[in-house]
Design a protein around this ligand. Sequence first.
Ligand code: SD4
Length: 289
Amino acid sequence: SNNSPIAICTWRFTKANATAGAALAAGKPALDAVIEGVAIEEENIKNTTVGKGGSPDREGNVTLDACVMNSDGDCGAVVCVENITNVAALARKVMEDTPHVILAGDGAEEFGYRNGFKKENLLTDESKLAWQEWKKSPEYKPLINIENHDTIGMLAMDSKGDIAGACTTSGLSYKMKGRVGDSPIIGSGLFIDNEVGGAVATGMGEEVLKTVGSFLIVELMRNGMSPQKACEEAIRRIVTKNDRYKGFQIAYIAMNKSGEVGHYCIHEGFTMMKYQDGNNENIPTNFYN
Ligand code: SD4
């Protein structure tokens, strides 16, 4: 078939989404496009929630989580990895070159070095200063919208109509040492089923994990729901449990095989990017609260 390729991603990551769009327009497969796209934010030291420059845990360690999933239903993930910037690419390597799906911590790091990934200090002067400032009165209060920069989750459909996705993050700022969120967990932070579509999450990972949000959205789409309605239902599952949603943000974006997209969040402030036919636009998202 000859589809018009689409890339969507969380938040206002204009350049990342344009990069994925350009890769798709050049005929590259969806997986290549999302990995090239999210790498822009992994390498952007001004983004304090992804990759290099990401906020550390309470003890000052920057630990990254990422996963990827392709149109064959294969997936790979790395959790709690230090000293490597391009963890989505590392997750792809786990998917393609190991018999496993998830590698954690040191094991993921050593696997990365053996495969040519560079060892880098991910704690920048700025993120170190911000952490030292935080330590003066260390309250653990995740912000609802971190200045509209956050975890990057990206979905792409290539010119063959195949869908792939990636999700990469430094997780919640000043999290406990060893904490892993939803972003690298297949079905929670990301899920793709090439017969149906894909979904990806950002925000308070614990709540996404409890509801297996991305898998839920894809299953709802399989049963005939539009991507928009499916994202709304996944948010509804969270906000109807209790009132705690008032204190955190979660957003989902989704795409189906016909190229329809959906996006929904709990609180005002989340937006997503959509690339199609050379246009890369920022789209505000409706919210529950
Ligand atoms: C996590 N979902 O680690 C990620 C991070 C995020 O707002 O999106 N933070 O829970």
